[in-house]
Design a protein around this ligand. Sequence first.
Ligand SMILES: Cc1cc2nc3c(=O)[nH]c(=O)nc-3n(C[C@H](O)[C@H](O)[C@H](O)COP(=O)(O)OP(=O)(O)OC[C@H]3O[C@@H](n4cnc5c(N)ncnc54)[C@H](O)[C@@H]3O)c2cc1C
Length: 301
Amino acid sequence: MIPSKIYKIVIIGGGPAAMGAIKYYDGSKDDLLLISNDEIGFFVYNSIKTHKTTDGLFFADNKSPDYLIKEYKKLLFEKKINILKDFVKKINKCDNYFEIIGSKKVYAEFVIVCTGMNYKMLNDFNKFKNVYNLAGTFNNLKNKNCVVIGGRNSGTSAAIYLAKISKKVYLLEKNNKLPCKKKYFDRLLNCKNVDFFCGVKNIKIFSHKNLNISKLKFFFDKDSKEINVDFIFIYIGLIPNSNIVKSICKLDVNDYILINSKNETSCKNLFAAGDVTGKLSQIITYHGDGANAIYWIQKRM
Ligand SMILES: Cc1cc2nc3c(=O)[nH]c(=O)nc-3n(C[C@H](O)[C@H](O)[C@H](O)COP(=O)(O)OP(=O)(O)OC[C@H]3O[C@@H](n4cnc5c(N)ncnc54)[C@H](O)[C@@H]3O)c2cc1C
């Protein structure tokens, strides 16, 4: 049965790649639908917020995260973009259109996947309360002890950010040295309320019955340490949100969506842009990436 409404273009994701595509869209508002499960710019806003504190410089134009979100909202308003807040679980390819399955089904001739990346979780840690990825979603954790797991650039930046808003921060890293840039390491050393531990081999959470965390025990080769903890932030790497299209297009060995110079995937009329394609992970790159995808779609229509 042919669906009653088939959009010309559906864009999935609400980050810089999607916004770049919308900026360069010049068709009718009724032909395009934007689907995102989060608030527009949620991931990028909270990511760069922690870097803002450490760097003072967050993206190429040196604009604040608030400015970025304001601009995105203005763009969506001015272009009268139809937005559906939904989590897409899968995309199927039918003869001449795509079936996009979330809590509702939506259909489109062309799709641009701009779903970005997600933080990896550690073991079964997400079953506990107060275990998060994005430290930037918090503004005040006064009197709270925080643990950051993972001492690369993002984790170290998060620890520096948290040091300003919480009582005490512990940064745990499995390598024998913090694998972050020197500039972050130097700033970390200036934070009086941060202790960092390298060579952490294993971590165990103790919780109350309601799964609220209480203590954390971490193990080195020969000894261990126990600390009181209220919040845990996990920064052990990112994975592309490419699951929804893995059955219809080619991914690389790290699950990034493979695209050509027109942002086309191996599946006809399916395009991808942004972090999910594994290029330089920067806002400025992805505004252009989304724009490129929609440019080629519009040429084809
Ligand atoms: C800690 C950190 C700091 C950073 N700092 C900077 C910086 O200072 N400067 C800079 O330029 N870049 C920075 N970046 C990189 C920047 O955040 C990313 O490159 C950018 O957000 C990628 O844009 P995107 O549109 O591809 O994806 P995202 O911004 O991740 O947007 C993807 C959107 O898709 C939605 N989505 C995902 N899956 C689905 C689904 N199945 N259904 C519906 N919606 C879905 C998500 O909710 C999200 O809103 C940083 C990244 C991190 C992790």
